[in-house]
Unconditional design. Structure first.
Lengths: 100, 98, 107
C-alpha cells in the first residue's frame, strides 16, 4: 500500500448499486520527500495525482492512510465491486529512518 | 518485484482485519546502483526483515492474500525475500561519445 | 478512482459483442491542482470509459480503471479497463467545497 494524506471528500448523486452509501476520500500520495519531512505533517500537496479511494474504516481529513490500488482494492467485497483504490489502514504512527 | 531498502515501520489500529498482527514495513524501491526511485511502498513482512536491510517486495496480490490467509484481503505488497547481495557484477558500461 | 469531466462520447458500430448497447464516454480527468487546491487542473490524457450510470456530456463523474473495471455490472467478460461508476454531487478539499453539481445546474 502507499501512504497518503486525506485532503478531501467526494459525494456522489448517482452510482452503481454496489456503491450506495459508499464513502470516498481524496488522498494526496506521499512522495519520498514527504516521508523525510519528519514529525511535521507534510506541507503542500504532492505532484502525484490525488486518487479517490473507497473508505470503510472511517478516515477523516488530515489522516495519514495506507491505500491499496489495483485489483486488490476490490477483494474485500462480497459482490463484484469495481473499486480500484481502497483505504486499507489508518496510520497511528509512522517510523521512518532512511540510511544516512 | 522491486529491490528495496527497509526504511521504517507503520503502526495502524484501524485497518482491514486481514492485516491484524502483521508488520507493515516502509520499503524504498532501489535501482541497480542502490539509488532510490519513486515513493516508498508499505509492505507486509513475513520474513522478519530488519531496519535498513535490503529486501525484495512483490505486488502479486494473490500471494499476499495467501500469506494473510484471507481471500478478501486488500493487501497487495509483500516482502518475499531478504537480499544477501544485489547490483551489477561488472562496472556499468560507459556512455559512448558519438 | 479519479474524477473527470465528460467531454463527449464515442460511436463505434463494429466492436466486441460484450460492448453492444453500452455507451462509451470521452473523459478528461480532473485532478486537484497541487498548486491551488481550490481548483482542478485537467489531466493530459483523454480516456474512453464505459458508462454505467447514464452520465451526460459536461457532467463531473468518478471512474474506475484497470481490471477492477470489469467488476462493474455486466462487464465481466468485456475487454474494458475504464468504467464510469458515479456522477459527482460535491467535492470538498481542505475544508472548501471546490465543486457542486447543484451550483453548476443549468437553469
Amino acid at each position: 500500500m502507499k501512504l497518503g494524506r486525506v485532503i478531501g471528500r467526494v459525494t456522489l448523486s448517482k452510482t452503481i448499486p454496489a456503491f450506495t452509501g459508499g464513502r470516498w476520500l481524496i488522498v494526496s500520495p506521499f512522495t519520498r520527500g514527504h516521508y523525510q519531512q519528519g514529525r511535521q505533517p507534510p506541507s503542500g500537496l504532492s505532484k502525484d495525482p490525488s486518487p479517490v479511494v473507497f473508505d470503510n474504516l472511517g478516515g477523516g481529513m488530515g489522516d495519514t492512510i495506507g491505500y491499496v490500488e489495483g485489483r486488490e482494492a476490490s477483494m474485500p467485497f462480497d459482490q463484484p465491486t469495481p473499486v480500484d483504490a481502497i483505504n486499507a489502514a489508518i496510520m497511528d504512527e509512522v517510523f521512518y529512518s532512511p540510511l544516512p | 518485484m522491486y529491490l528495496a531498502r527497509v526504511e521504517g515501520t507503520a503502526i495502524a489500529t484501524k485497518k482491514h482485519p486481514s492485516l491484524n498482527g502483521w508488520r507493515l514495513l516502509i520499503c524504498q524501491p532501489l535501482d541497480a546502483e542502490g539509488k532510490a526511485f519513486g515513493a516508498p511502498q508499505v509492505a507486509i513482512d513475513p520474513h522478519g526483515a530488519g531496519l535498513h536491510q535490503m529486501v525484495i517486495i512483490s505486488s502479486d496480490g494473490a500471494a499476499t492474500r495467501q500469506a494473510v490467509r484471507d481471500p478478501k484481503s486488500p493487501a497487495r505488497w509483500m516482502v518475499t525475500a531478504i537480499v544477501d547481495k544485489a547490483g551489477r557484477a561488472t562496472a556499468a558500461p560507459k556512455k559512448s561519445a558519438s | 478512482m479519479f474524477l473527470a469531466r465528460v467531454e463527449g462520447s464515442v460511436v463505434a458500430t463494429k466492436k466486441d459483442a460484450s460492448m453492444l448497447g453500452r455507451k462509451l464516454l470521452l473523459l478528461r480527468p480532473m485532478l486537484v491542482d497541487e498548486k491551488d487546491p481550490t481548483r482542478f487542473r485537467p489531466g493530459v490524457n483523454t480516456i474512453v470509459a464505459v458508462d454505467s450510470v447514464g452520465a451526460g456530456e459536461g457532467e463531473m463523474v468518478m471512474f474506475s480503471q484497470g481490471s477492477s473495471a470489469r467488476l462493474a455490472p455486466g462487464l465481466k467478460s468485456a475487454p474494458v479497463d475504464a468504467v464510469v461508476v458515479g456522477i459527482v454531487d460535491a467535492v470538498e478539499v481542505l475544508g472548501r467545497q471546490i465543486y457542486s453539481a447543484s451550483r453548476e445546474a443549468k437553469p
